[in-house]
Structures are given as structure tokens and as C-alpha cells.
Design a protein around this ligand. Structure first.
Ligand SMILES: *Cc1c(COP(=O)(O)O)cnc(C)c1O
Length: 406
């Protein structure tokens, strides 16, 4: 067991990691490890023969050694080179880390694998979550696997697949006529009244640790060298914050071959960009983004408790928070999938619009190693794309000349 304590991200106070915790002073907790002890216990080459999942980093995860994880074998998603879309954009080293291949079709499974495993370890039995979509589906699946009761609250216009996957996994699913923050309020009040545990983003300490494994993986997959620039679609921020935490831990462990950190680019949609606004205004805390609206449902987070953690990480990395244009989401989804066969989610489409702008503004170099995260599967977003495909009538002669020209 390498965890030493939990540390408040806002005031640095220490908290006992053997007890159930939510937040402190309304802000998130970091999990801290005895990294000197980790360094003595394991070295990078020890990882080689381990299982091909995020649990290969067991010493840097909070679940004690004797406790069985709740798992579907999540993690170790591939990093896929993207030479064709790279060439179109004038980039020589562009890759996608494809999280759409994870259980439940999004990177949310990483966080829930860690958090549900810890909830089980700590003896919790009833879990609740407000969700913009994918977190609900992931919690429902991991909760079912752990034999727990799960309550999911989502905006009533959440993609239907997210409603379905949560429902099929036996969660008690409720649709709310509001945004994720309104759902969060219901969960908060229910926590007092019904005694469930609040699994909201960053309101318990362990989802972040699961997400951290994305940073550990890109380091290991890159043979302990990190890319120059990472583009990440940010809503609640656990992905971005978790990766940055991973890079700090790896630095302390001395596992990285170069001290140079990647520039983190937090990508949001111009329909909901509270972090971008705060970044541009040079603020440490973000303000509520009014009338949040985006087809990239994972980014529909108008207010985040980890706002300062995101902004601190982006600034420390020398990166940016930038908004992609909502109107370009579907064109980018089609363009990237057509070029590379990788079905990117709307959240990642936003990253490509941001990347295009970074290049036009000369903020990244054309020979930089650039990594874009595909955080979820395009197949989960039926409503985002309006299709009108040509129809063929089986009773009519088919005009093959016209068909060949299509
Ligand atoms: C939740 C989600 C995001 C945003 O991730 P955070 O860690 O909340 O910032 C991005 N993409 C997809 C597909 C998501 O489900």
C-alpha cells in the first residue's frame, strides 16, 4: 500500500485515506503516495510482462494490494498514427490515443474502474452520479459488476445511447430538465436523504486516479518520452488534471527520459467554454457559462469544482485553453474518420478545430509530436449527426453509372 494520505487541492490539509471522503472546503482531494517507496518497489522494466490494462500500474493506484479490482480489463488503448489527416494539416507526427475502444465506449471507464473498486473496498453499496452521458453509462456498468445499486441523473436531452446503457445495466435512471449542474444538486440533496455516495467528477478522490493512467500509458507507450503537445477535450477536467498529475509523479519517480513537459491544450466548444473564458481573462476560478449548449455532450459542463486545478495545469504546462467552433463538429467527425477510419466523438472533433487554429496562429510547430485524445466512440452520438443517405429501390433498374460517380 503506497498511499500516504489525501491532500486538499485548495488548502493543502491532509486527510486520512482509510476513511470515506468526498471533498474538503467544497474542493477536491488529491491522492498522495510515498513515491520513494514506489520507486524502490518497482521500475519501468517490471511493467513489461504485466496485464495489458490500467491495473499494470497498481503501485500508483489507490486500491490496496489485497483488494480485487472491479474490472473489464480497461486501459492500454492504442496510440494510432494519423499520417493522412496529419498531412492535410501539414503535420508530420500526429497521433490519436483511441479511448473509444475502452469498455462502455469512452475513457470514463478508467475513472469508474478505480472509483467503484475503491467504493467496494470501503464498503459503500449505493452510488449516485449526475452525468452529461458517458459517466452514467460507465458507473452503471461497473456498479452492476460490483453488485451495487446505482442512481443516474442526466439532462433529458442526453444521447439516447447513454440513457439505454445505464438502463440496461440496471441503474435507476432519471431524466432532468436541466444541465449536469442541476442533476448534481439532486444527487447532493439525495446523499443526505437517501444515504447514497456521490460519485460526481472530482467530488470523490478516486476517479481522478483512474484517469491518471492515461498519462502513465502515453509515457510507457512512448518509451518514457512524452509528446510535445496534447489536445484534450475538457468538461469536468479529470482527464486533463489526471494526466498532469501522472506526469508529476513520473517526474518524481525519475522514470521520464526528458524533463520537458507536454503543452496541455484544453479544448472546449464555443457553446460551453467556461475554462477558456477564465484562461483568457487570467482568472484562477471559472464563472458559470450561461446557456451552455453543445452537441459534444461530455463538454456540457458550465461549472466545474476542479476549475482551478485545470487552469493551474494548463498554465504550468505552457499550454492553452481554446474553444473549437460548434458548427465544425460534424464536418471534423467525417473528415477525420474518412481520412483515418477512427470514428471520433464530437468532443474530439472540437480538438481538431482547435488544432487547426493553433497551426494557423503558429502556436505549434509542424514537426511537433502531437497527440489528440479520442475520448469516446462516435457510435454513441446518434443525435449529433443528421443523416440523409441516398436510397435505392430494389424494384427499379439501378443506374450503375450514376452509382459509380456518387
Ligand atoms: C466526460 C467526457 C469528456 C470530458 O472529460 P472530463 O474529464 O470531464 O473533462 C470528454 N469526452 C467525452 C467523450 C466524455 O465522455
Amino acid at each position: 500500500m503506497f498511499v500516504t494520505h489525501l491532500e486538499s487541492a485548495i488548502d493543502g490539509t491532509h486527510h486520512d485515506a482509510s476513511k470515506v471522503h468526498t471533498m474538503h472546503a467544497g474542493r477536491p482531494l488529491w491522492v498522495r503516495y510515498d513515491l520513494a517507496k514506489v520507486k524502490a518497489a518497482v521500475k519501468p522494466s517490471d511493467l513489461v510482462g504485466r496485464e495489458n490494462s490500467l491495473w499494470r500500474y497498481r503501485e500508483l493506484l489507490p486500491l490496496p494490494a489485497g483488494s480485487e479490482p472491479v474490472t473489464f480489463g480497461e486501459g492500454m488503448s492504442p496510440i494510432l498514427p494519423c499520417p493522412r489527416i496529419g498531412k492535410e494539416l501539414g503535420l508530420s507526427r500526429l497521433s490519436i490515443k483511441d479511448e473509444s475502444q475502452l469498455p462502455t465506449g469512452s475513457f470514463k471507464s478508467r475513472g469508474m474502474a478505480a472509483a467503484v473498486s475503491m467504493a467496494k473496498h470501503l464498503g459503500l453499496k449505493r452510488l449516485a452520479v449526475p452525468t452529461a452521458g458517458n459517466a452514467g453509462g460507465a458507473l452503471a456498468a461497473y456498479g452492476a459488476r460490483a453488485g451495487m445499486v446505482v442512481f443516474v441523473f442526466m439532462p433529458d436531452d442526453t444521447p439516447v445511447i447513454n440513457q439505454l446503457e445505464s438502463y440496461l445495466c440496471g441503474a435507476k435512471v432519471f431524466l432532468v430538465n436541466g444541465l449536469i449542474n442541476d442533476c448534481g444538486k439532486i444527487v447532493r440533496e439525495g446523499t443526505d436523504k437517501l444515504g447514497w455516495f456521490d460519485m460526481s467528477t472530482l467530488k470523490e478522490p478516486y476517479r481522478l486516479e483512474g484517469k491518471k493512467t492515461m498519462g502513465l500509458e502515453i509515457a510507457e507507450q512512448g518509451e518514457w518520452k512524452l509528446p510535445d503537445v496534447i489536445l484534450y477535450p475538457t468538461g469536468g477536467g479529470t482527464g486533463l488534471i489526471g494526466m498532469w498529475k501522472a506526469f508529476q509523479e513520473l517526474t518524481t519517480l525519475g522514470w521520464l527520459k526528458s524533463p520537458k513537459m507536454p503543452k496541455l491544450v484544453s479544448c472546449q466548444s464555443d457553446g460551453c467554454a467556461p475554462i477558456v473564458r477564465a484562461f483568457e481573462a487570467n482568472l484562477r476560478f471559472a464563472e458559470l457559462f450561461p446557456n451552455a449548449h453543445t452537441a459534444a455532450s461530455g463538454l456540457r459542463v458550465p461549472m466545474a469544482v476542479g476549475d482551478f486545478m485545470m487552469l493551474d495545469a494548463i498554465r504550468a504546462s505552457g499550454g492553452w485553453a481554446m474553444a473549437g467552433r460548434e458548427t465544425t463538429i460534424v464536418p471534423w467527425m467525417r473528415r477525420v474518420a474518412s481520412a483515418e477510419g477512427i470514428a471520433i466523438c464530437p468532443e474530439t472533433a472540437v480538438c481538431f478545430d482547435v488544432l487547426d487554429r493553433l497551426l494557423r496562429e503558429g502556436k505549434v510547430n509542424r514537426d511537433d509530436e502531437i497527440l489528440v485524445f479520442n475520448t469516446g466512440a462516435a457510435q454513441k452520438y446518434l443525435e449529433a449527426v443528421k443523416l440523409s443517405l441516398p436510397r435505392l429501390d430494389k424494384n427499379q433498374a439501378i443506374d450503375y453509372d450514376a452509382l459509380g460517380r456518387a
